[in-house]
Design a binder for this molecule. Structure first.
Ligand SMILES: Cc1cc2nc3c(=O)[nH]c(=O)nc-3n(C[C@H](O)[C@H](O)[C@H](O)COP(=O)(O)O)c2cc1C
Length: 194
């Protein structure tokens, strides 16, 4: 269901084919596939090569671990229960080399997460990221130490049947994808007023 409102400029198929489903099939994602997602994250660039990203993940087969991660999500993200795996992204707040705050840590966690999304797409998988989760609860129940903070969560799996979703979610699943036009987001030289 990867449709776009603007198709005139080509982008890589890994970018074009990535999207965020809510319906996941029951097909499972292997430990090897999950490892390759985090391996892709490992090779992301970061300020001072700090690599401030950390991840906690669990697949459906790790019943209790999966449930623990799932329990951190807000109710609106309940569809994630049908994903094959869940993960949380975590940022290390201070630089290793001088202990000072790393103001760009969350940015770099985002870069690493983008690698996960592209690697997943290459494997025929989809990842749906979620900001709708209880970060304080995640910090507590997942044993995330001081100095680190949860950033986002992700649901991983194979795309499922939209018919399996409740009506409202099904509508969103099937709606055309929307993006701002290019001239609203990229300006040549200086900020361009509309
Ligand atoms: C950091 C982040 C947080 C998000 N949080 C949620 C969320 O809590 N629940 C949800 O259903 N989708 C969430 N999304 C998915 C976005 O809604 C989705 O990426 C956006 O609508 C664009 O659609 P696409 O990913 O299919 O291109 C989140 C995406 C990102 C990157």
């Amino acid at each position: 269901m990867a449709t776009s409102t603007e198709k005139n400029i080509a982008v890589h198929s890994l970018i074009e084919n990535r999207w965020s489903p809510r319906a996941f099939s029951s097909e499972t994602v292997s430990e090897e596939q999950l490892a390759s997602l985090f391996e892709a994250a490992r090779w992301a660039p970061s300020a001072m090569n700090e690599q401030p990203w950390r991840f906690i993940y669990a697949s459906k087969e790790n019943g209790e671990d999966f449930e623990r991660l799932f329990s951190c999500l807000v109710e609106g993200n309940s569809w994630a229960k049908h994903a094959s795996a869940l993960f949380v992204t975590i940022a290390k707040k201070n630089y290793d080399f001088n202990g000072q705050p790393n103001g760009i840590a969350r940015h770099d966690v985002g870069l690493a997460t983008a690698n996960i999304l592209l690697q997943a797409t290459d494997l025929g998988l989809h990842v749906h990221l979620m900001g709708g989760f209880n970060a304080a609860k995640a910090q507590d129940v997942l044993g995330i130490p001081e100095g680190f903070e949860p950033v986002a969560m992700g649901a991983v799996g194979y795309v499922g049947d939209p018919e399996s979703l409740p009506e409202a979610l099904k509508e969103r699943e099937l709606a055309p994808r929307q993006r701002k036009p290019l001239n609203e987001i990229a300006f040549k030289g200086v900020w361009a007023q509309k």
